[in-house]
Design a protein around this ligand. Structure first.
Ligand SMILES: [Zn+2]
Length: 360
């Protein structure tokens, strides 16, 4: 038996408590809420996982995967928004975009950051559902520190560590945020592990939605293999424009990206088989990052997949059997009543896989 996988934690996540998401121009209830991480922590503490406090890390670890202009925008956006009076007139309390530099608008002209505060958001955000409130940056920064602290544990010899990151991160590209994500914690972790343990590092993303952020960040970089199993975007699912089977990387990254698509309604059989295929594909890497979304579970309000808790346990077992130094980063999962059990089952499977496969 390996020791229980440590849970890395930052209280800063609670500072991101969005009041709404703007969807189709309508204020809809936010679903990416503090109760998510608190439910996961409660389940993991009950299962005996020790809690490790996240420690502060330098911005250089973020700049390894993100444009400094995006980081500066996120850090200052709320202060700029309030200084411009936008919470009072027109009455929007959180930072949201309204106008986007669509490539077909600009042609060959490169976009510049707009002068107007209310227009600037559209330069960095790719959707309207990812509001920035007073504590969003602190929470996102705490999430990155959580992932980086998990990397420290694994680089120091722990077989695996779980980073309870909130808000999630896997939709964020080098220079643009969205999909309820602000900093790409899985990509930040992969870059940190590559620095410490060498390349290639593999990211396996089991969230119900495509891990478009890591795909984009490492698309021409063979040093980080990126794989994602997700519901088929061609059947109407976010991120709609990306996540197709033909996206395989380019340049030095040719062949280093894999997308495995599932039909809506898919359950344990095809989902676990896809995770096992990505695990085989990741074998031989120096380290593994698991982007653990549990929104593929039956009953999750954000996806049509039908995976069970046993399915997540089997996925954990397949990934643990690789025997790689492993950082698990929390992504989606939006049913507070079930996400704790789903994460606990995945980590139990991972520990089983490690003790049976990786370290005899
Ligand atoms: Zn998701």
């Amino acid at each position: 038996m390996t020791a229980a996988i440590p849970l890395v934690w930052s209280d800063a996540h609670r500072r991101h408590a969005p009041t709404a998401e703007i969807w189709l121009g309508v204020r809809t209830p936010a679903v990416e809420l503090p109760v998510r991480a608190d439910a996961i922590r409660a389940a993991l503490e009950a299962a005996g996982h020790p809690v490790v406090a996240a420690t502060a890390h330098d911005d250089a670890a973020l700049e390894a995967v993100h444009d400094p202009a995006l980081l500066a925008f996120l850090a200052g956006a709320y202060a700029d928004w309030t200084a411009a009076g936008l919470p009072d007139d027109p009455g929007q309390p959180e930072v949201v975009p309204y106008f986007f530099p669509n490539p077909a608008l600009l042609g060959t002209i490169a976009p510049a950051v707009p002068a107007a505060t209310w227009a600037r958001t559209g330069f960095f955000a790719f959707d309207t559902m990812t509001p920035i409130g007073p504590g969003t940056w602190a929470a996102a920064r705490g999430g990155a520190d959580t992932a980086l602290t998990a990397c420290d544990l694994v680089a120091g010899g722990a077989p695996a560590a779980y980073a309870c990151c909130r808000p999630p991160g896997h939709h964020v590209t080098r220079a643009a945020y969205g999909g309820a994500c602000y900093l790409n914690n899985a990509a930040i972790a992969a870059a940190a592990l590559r620095d410490r343990l060498g390349d290639p590092v593999a990211i396996v993303d089991v969230d119900a939605h495509h891990g478009n952020g890591a795909q984009s960040i490492f698309y021409a970089d063979g040093g980080v293999r990126t794989g994602s199993v997700h519901v088929d975007p061609a059947q109407g699912w976010f991120p709609h424009f990306l996540g197709f089977a033909g996206e395989a990387g380019e340049g030095d990254g040719t062949g280093a990206n894999r997308n495995l698509l599932l039909a809506p309604g898919s359950g344990d059989g095809p989902w676990v088989a896809a995770v096992e295929e990505l695990a085989r594909w990741a074998s031989g890497a120096r380290a593994l990052v698991v982007a653990l979304g549990v929104d593929a579970a039956a009953g999750d309000p954000e996806s049509p997949l039908q995976v069970t808790q046993d399915g997540y346990r089997a996925a954990g077992r397949a990934l643990g059997a690789l025997g790689l130094p492993t950082v698990v980063v929390q992504e989606g999962g939006y049913d507070p009543g079930t996400i704790g059990g789903l994460v606990a089952a995945t980590l139990a499977g991972l520990a089983d896989g490690i003790s049976n496969g990786g370290h005899g």
